[in-house]
Design a protein around this ligand. Structure first.
Ligand SMILES: O=c1[nH]c(=O)n([C@H]2C[C@H](O)[C@@H](COP(=O)(O)O)O2)cc1CO
Ligand SMILES: [Zn+2]
Length: 156
């Protein structure tokens, strides 16, 4: 077709770029994560990033891995994938078979939450915790629940 642009970005790249944009909102100094959930019709359902619960001021938050349960950031932060699910204001039925684009491979808590939300596929960018125990458990959950996952390469 004359005049038509052919070099448009793919759906994968588009949704991952949305996830990358979301992670730019994260105040975590060590790891920023973004997630974008797209349904089977290529419609964006929701977006999220890792942050503190509403009411807990993320500017005042210490954002440290102290090892002390009461102050350690890991016990307070809501993960990007969980926030993306919680940010959705429609029916969870819409998430059936949806694809989650996430800039970091989901932890085991997010893996099981995504499964239970009805998500059908996980597409991820970074996998820096692949060799940790959590990474092994996370893949075990996704494998046993027959949720496929694949890595994409998108420039950040
Ligand atoms: O799936 C995930 N989703 C997600 O939002 N996160 C967040 C939680 C923390 O704010 C941060 C991890 O911090 P750290 O790399 O310092 O342990 O990333 C972490 C993971 C995977 O570990
Ligand atoms: Zn998680």
């Amino acid at each position: 077709m004359p005049g038509k642009r052919d070099d448009v970005i793919s759906w994968d790249e588009f949704f991952m770029r949305v996830a990358i944009a979301a992670k730019l909102r994260s105040k975590d100094p060590n790891t920023q994560v973004g997630a974008c959930i797209a349904d089977t019709h290529h419609r964006i359902l929701s977006v999220g990033y890792n942050g503190t619960p509403a009411g807990l001021d993320d500017d005042e938050f210490p954002w440290e891995s102290t090892g002390d349960p009461l102050t350690d950031k890991h016990n307070y932060v809501i993960h990007a994938e969980a926030n993306a699910i919680l940010n959705y204001r429609g029916s969870l039925k819409d998430m059936a078979g949806a694809t989650v684009y996430v800039t970091l491979f989901p932890c085991h808590e997010c893996a099981k939450t995504l499964v239970q939300a009805g998500v059908g596929e996980v597409v991820y960018l970074d996998d820096k915790y692949h060799d940790t125990e959590d990474g092994v458990v996370s893949r075990s959950i996704l494998d046993r629940c027959a949720i496929s996952y694949r890595q994409v390469v998108v420039a950040e």
